[in-house]
Design a protein. Structure first.
Length: 95
């Protein structure tokens, strides 16, 4: 949803199968580019992705949500297998 320059995106998936996936957890395809000076963020609820506190971040100039370990600030790596769950709502601003 976009109101003025503020964008709020909610993403939910449950029962996802990440078998064969590698790398970091990233959600791509946000509908608007984040502004170049301030990123956006939001809370993340997840299950089956490492069992650590997580948060979502929209980088400046980006159209994707990076999922991070909230304790270490490291990218959250994919944990391969079935039954994964992730829900997030992030808010960011466009130019």
């Amino acid at each position: 949803m976009k109101v003025g320059k503020q964008v709020t995106a909610t993403i939910q998936f449950s029962g996802a199968d990440t078998t064969g996936a590698t790398g970091n957890v990233v959600i791509t395809g946000l509908p608007y580019v984040c502004n170049a000076s301030v990123g956006g963020s939001g809370a993340v609820m997840q299950a089956g992705l490492g069992g650590v506190p997580t948060l979502g971040n929209v980088g400046t100039g980006g159209t994707s949500i990076q999922i991070y370990n909230a304790t270490t600030s490291a990218n959250l790596a994919v944990v391969a297998g079935a039954g994964k769950l992730l829900w997030t709502t992030v808010t960011y601003f466009t130019e």
